[in-house]
Design a binder for this molecule. Structure first.
Ligand code: AMP
Length: 129
């Protein structure tokens, strides 16, 4: 199913890109729980993460792990948490969220970042990979 993430993959709408492979893309969440909140997605369209074929699902987990390790290197946090929701965008994705408190995992308190801050943290994570 086409979604806003299809337009990000095609380049039709911009994103703060963190990392990219042939099959996967990581970019900053536009309404982050915390600075460095990143979404990892397969480029192939598909809604529910647990409906993905095993190879794609495992590839997404491996890609997400690599991105999470890079986030933890450059974003001060106790650890990087991983969450799957998908209620808003029907394209399989993993949320990677730098966590300092449980509030950071709850999708209630949001962080405002400037364009420069988004660009800076995306570039820093990319460089750490
Ligand atoms: P959910 O589908 O509930 O897992 O949430 C989708 C996430 O995608 C939310 O955290 C949104 O802030 C994020 N999101 C929606 N549109 C964009 C966009 N154009 N660029 C970056 N993140 C987005």
């Amino acid at each position: 199913m086409a979604s806003i993430f299809s337009k990000i993959i095609s380049g039709e709408i911009p994103c703060y890109k963190v990392a990219e492979t042939e099959d996967f893309l990581a970019f900053l969440d536009i309404n982050p729980n915390a600075k460095g909140h990143t979404l990892c997605i397969p480029k192939k369209e598909g809604d529910k993460i647990f409906d993905l074929e095993d190879e794609l699902y495992l590839g997404l987990m491996k890609f997400s792990k690599e991105v999470a390790i890079a986030i933890e290197k450059v974003v001060p946090c106790k650890r990087v948490g991983m969450t799957v929701i998908g209620l808003e965008v029907p394209h399989a994705h993993v949320h990677l969220i730098p966590l300092n408190t449980m509030e950071d995992a709850r999708f209630l308190q949001k962080t405002q970042l400037s364009k420069d801050e988004f660009q800076e943290v995306a570039a820093a994570i990319n460089t750490a990979m």
